[in-house]
Design a protein around this ligand. Structure first.
Ligand code: F6R
Ligand code: MG
Ligand code: MG
Length: 369
């Protein structure tokens, strides 16, 4: 059976501040998707959250970028926003940047990752969701899962993965894309994906079968809006087992917290802490950034699950390390590298401060600098 797995998410209001999603907003989203399932548009769905982001996880047979599915997600967020407004939630409707829906949620604010595939006999899928970080945060974990034998031993000893994977990388500033073949092009690949604020892994495919293995949301809110309106808080869908890394290999990159951008006012680097879904409540300095993982088995398009994958005790050390890194990074206060470099601050207060002080900058006399 050929199915489409869609994850569409948005921050439509938080409480208190940007730290969590309200149960009534999620209940409204559940109600909207239940109706769509009843009407036959969806095969199945699951509504969850990561911090202040509401996540719509949906299976259907409409294909990727389908107008009806995107309209459903948009309308669900609009209805959720009404509840958020009624409750006086913070930033109600903040990610809905367009006035009205026009065919596809891409470019309208919500984040979106979708993949269409022929369901296998056993189809394990992991949905990663992050809060307080930007699209591009999946570059390092996806590289580890699909190209690093120190993470994924299957690349070395499983014959069905030994040929490697294709990585499609998007340059979101220039609007261009390129595909790299791994393992032979990993050095070229790393030059680009090591700069995740501009170059993002959009998809990973199996080299022999060309089957889709992973897809991430690459929308950047700041580029869509031209100013800072909240962080992207991206999602990523990964298929596991068989021709793909085992579930444990897919989760392994998160055993060591990496530094990502997006903490406090979207303007700071901080550790990406793997947490259970109930623990995705960024509070300290509005963070530190979180990642959750919902695991499903798919059967005839039905979602069996989720299992809350990072609730596992084996991630306790990663959490402790993340907290220690958070302490260390916070000591830098308003200084880089805790604060983002200037190019990234371009979407925050920097242009306004520059404008205000324009007249007070004078030339440095030659030889006096
Ligand atoms: C970071 C984030 C928060 C807000 C901060 C200010 O991604 O969401 O750190 O940027 O709390 O929020 P506002 O501008 O809504 O008062
Ligand atoms: Mg928010
Ligand atoms: Mg968020």
């Amino acid at each position: 059976m050929r199915i489409t797995f869609s994850v569409i998410k948005a921050d439509i209001g938080g409480y208190a501040g940007h730290s969590d999603s309200h149960p009534e907003v999620m209940a409204k989203a559940d109600e909207c998707l239940a109706k769509a399932k009843q009407d036959g548009l969806l095969i199945d769905y699951h509504v969850t959250k990561c911090g202040d982001d509401v996540q719509l996880i949906m299976t259907h047979e409409q294909g990727e970028d389908n107008e009806k599915i995107h309209q459903l997600a948009w309308d669900t967020f609009i209805e959720g926003t009404e509840v958020a407004k009624k409750l006086g939630l913070h930033g109600a409707g903040q990610d809905l940047l367009a006035d009205a829906f026009s065919g596809n949620v891409r470019g309208m604010g919500p984040g979106c990752a979708e993949m269409e595939f022929e369901e296998r006999g056993s189809e394990p899928v992991i949905v990663f969701m992050a809060d307080k970080t930007s699209s591009g945060a999946w570059n390092l974990p996806l590289y580890r899962m699909f190209a690093d034998p120190f993470n994924t031993i299957g690349l070395v000893i499983a014959p069905n993965m030994h040929d490697g994977f294709y990585f499609e990388v998007h340059d979101i500033k220039e609007g261009k894309k390129i595909t790299f073949n791994t393992p032979e092009e990993i050095y070229d690949l790393l030059i680009f994906i090591g700069a995740p604020s501009r170059f993002m892994i959009r998809t990973v495919r199996h080299r022999k079968t060309n089957d889709i293995a992973a897809v991430s949301s690459t929308q950047r809110l700041a580029l869509i809006a031209g100013r800072y309106v909240g962080k992207d808080d991206p999602v990523c869908i990964v298929r596991a087992q068989g021709n793909f890394p085992a579930v444990g290999e897919v989760l392994e990159p998160f055993a060591v917290p990496i530094l990502v951008e997006g903490w406090m006012r979207g303007s700071h680097h901080g550790p990406l802490m793997p947490v259970s879904i109930p623990d995705s409540t960024p509070t300290r300095f509005d963070g530190p950034p979180r990642v959750t993982a919902a695991g499903f088995q798919i059967q005839d398009g039905k979602l069996v699950g989720p299992r809350d994958m990072f609730a596992d005790k084996s991630y306790d050390n990663a959490r402790q390390k993340a907290i220690d890194i958070a302490d260390f990074m916070r000591q830098h206060g308003p200084f880089e590298p805790h604060r983002l470099p200037l190019e990234e601050m371009e979407y925050t207060t920097m242009p306004e401060v520059m404008k205000k002080l324009e007249g007070r900058f004078t030339d440095i006399e030659p030889g006096r600098g």
